[in-house]
Design a protein around this ligand. Structure first.
Ligand code: ADP
Length: 496
């Protein structure tokens, strides 16, 4: 077979690629968030912090604990605050930063900030670099020191009305320190982490892809060997559930394929043997009778008839079985009296006076099944029992009804079947003792047909056998109400 080398990417490379991509995406995300957006995130957090603190103070403006609140905010968040009135008189103040801009404002300057905030609709936010401060005019201070300081100053003012109706301004100040140095450190760390992750990620991807890909490649190799007719090949799961299930299925397929092949071989061997024997006999006897008029006896003619009958039985059995196997037979189910049907079958054996056949049935039982097929089951079982029964030539049929099921059993008094053969006898062309004179009578197909028919009906079946005592074959079907009983149970109105 030609090997296909192109086509979809192999599992190994797909896993490797996905893992490498995953590592790449994680690294990229880390770089973007830790390096590129760090400054923006930090500033947004700081802005939110000062605004949230201011809202908190406004909410507590009527409480005596206000000073404590201001102190807590100063310690926790490094935010300075002043609460003053419209004239710039400080009521509360908390200083957390060296060189805090708002604490250097005079009352007049505070009053100016109050006016700007009021004009701005009650709140005012401003962010500016420490060195170029508009307060050169407002705050007027030492410019030289601040020019060296790259920090940003943030002030937030809010006007709030106290419960006594007085309007106050909450003014807060915090500093945004530059993140440049932090980013530098992070960049260096990330570079190291990235290198380690790339090496680890690629090695892991390589190991994983090999580990997962290997059993699939092995399965593939084994399947190719199976396709070439090596039925002894074993599929191994490789430690993964899905692959293990696939291996089991393939092992089962290999087993079934080898069975089928063996069966085909047996079939050809058996059929040719079974056909050859009667044909040789028929030809032989016919030739003798043609050449020697004295041999033209009824006994010899009977032999020819018997052998021809055997041939036609064999051909019919083979045809029946192939039809059942191919699934071309459809069941024609209907409710009928099984007990009466079995009795009917047994009357056909009544001419065979040397056999003692009895049927014990205490009541008539109905089943819903294909009568013709179930009759074939009974025929096959009775024929076998008659063939293999003991010298007393007795065959006993029993009918038993239990829990809505009817069981028909056929017992004989023959040699029985060895326990280890009890499962094999249902196989096609299986004969327990091929050398046995009586076994040569059969085709080895009877029980395979019984099994097929009962499987199609969903009926149970089985055999019990004791060597030297006899065998009992049985099958079970669901009992149904007789048609007359059904009518009786219908309401009167529907009968009329
Ligand atoms: P055959 O046509 O050879 O009887 P079957 O499929 O009906 O084929 O039976 C398969 C084998 O099972 C027989 O060859 C025989 O060895 C064994 N067998 C079947 N029925 C009986 C029985 N009642 N007693 C003993 N052996 C039996």
């Amino acid at each position: 077979m030609k090997r296909k080398v192109h086509g979809p990417v192999s599992v190994k490379w797909r896993i490797f690629g996905s893992f490498a991509l995953f590592t790449g995406v994680i690294l990229l995300l880390l770089w973007v968030f830790q390096v590129v957006f760090l400054d923006a995130f930090y500033k947004a957090i700081k802005v939110n912090e000062i605004k949230a603190s201011s809202y908190e103070i406004c909410g507590n403006i009527n409480f005596a604990s206000l000073q404590d609140e201001l102190q807590r905010i100063a310690i926790d968040n490094q935010i300075c605050s002043i609460v003053c009135d419209g004239e710039g008189n400080r009521l509360y103040s908390e200083n957390a930063l060296p060189n805090c801009v708002i604490h250097r404002l005079s009352s007049w300057e505070l009053a100016m900030v109050y006016t700007v905030t009021a004009q701005n609709g009650g709140s005012y936010f401003e962010r500016f670099p420490q060195q170029i401060r508009p307060q050169i005019t407002i705050f007027g201070d030492d410019v030289a020191i601040r020019e060296e300081d790259p920090s940003e100053i943030m002030i937030f003012a809010q006007i709030v009305t106290r419960s006594d109706g007085k309007q106050l301004m909450v003014l807060m100040n915090s500093v945004i320190s530059p993140v440049g140095a932090t980013v530098e450190t992070l960049r260096y760390q990330l570079l190291t982490v990235s290198l380690i992750m790339v090496v680890m990620g690629l090695s892991l991807a390589f190991i994983l892809s090999r580990k997962i890909g290997r059993p699939v490649s092995l399965l593939n190799a084994a399947a190719k060997s199976l396709a070439e007719g090596n039925y002894d090949v074993r599929f191994d799961g490789g430690g993964y559930r899905e692959i293990s299930e696939l291996s089991d299925t393939l092992n089962y397929a290999a087993q079934e394929l080898s069975k089928t092949e063996k069966l085909q071989r047996d079939l050809v061997a058996n059929i040719s043997h079974d056909l050859r024997t009667p044909l040789t006999l028929i030809t032989g006897y016919a030739e003798v009778m043609r050449d020697l008029p004295d041999e033209n006896t009824p006994e010899n003619i009977q032999i020819i008839i018997d052998e021809a009958t055997r041939l036609s039985t064999l051909v019919n059995d083979v045809l029946d079985l192939s039809k059942l196997q191919a699934g071309v037979v459809s069941l024609e189910k209907r409710v009928y009296n099984l007990t009466a049907s079995v009795r009917g079958i047994l009357t056909r054996y009544s001419k065979m006076t040397d056999y003692h056949i009895v049927f014990y049935a205490s009541e008539d039982v109905y089943i819903c099944a294909d009568e013709l097929k179930i009759s074939q089951v009974v025929y096959n079982l009775v024929n076998n029992a008659m063939t293999y029964t003991g010298n007393d030539k007795s065959v006993i049929l029993r009918q038993r009804v239990e829990e809505g099921k009817v069981r028909i059993s056929v017992s004989d008094t023959g040699e029985g079947i060895p326990q280890d053969k009890l499962n094999d006898i249902w196989e096609r062309y299986y004969k327990v003792d091929k050398a046995h004179k009586r076994a040569q009578v059969g085709t080895g197909l009877g029980l395979a047909i019984v099994k097929m028919i009962l499987d199609l009906h969903g009926g149970a079946y089985g055999v019990q056998s004791r060597e030297g005592i006899g065998s009992t074959f049985w099958f079970e079907m669901d009992a149904v109400a007789s048609p007359t009983e059904k009518e009786k149970s219908l309401p009167e109105a529907s009968l009329s």
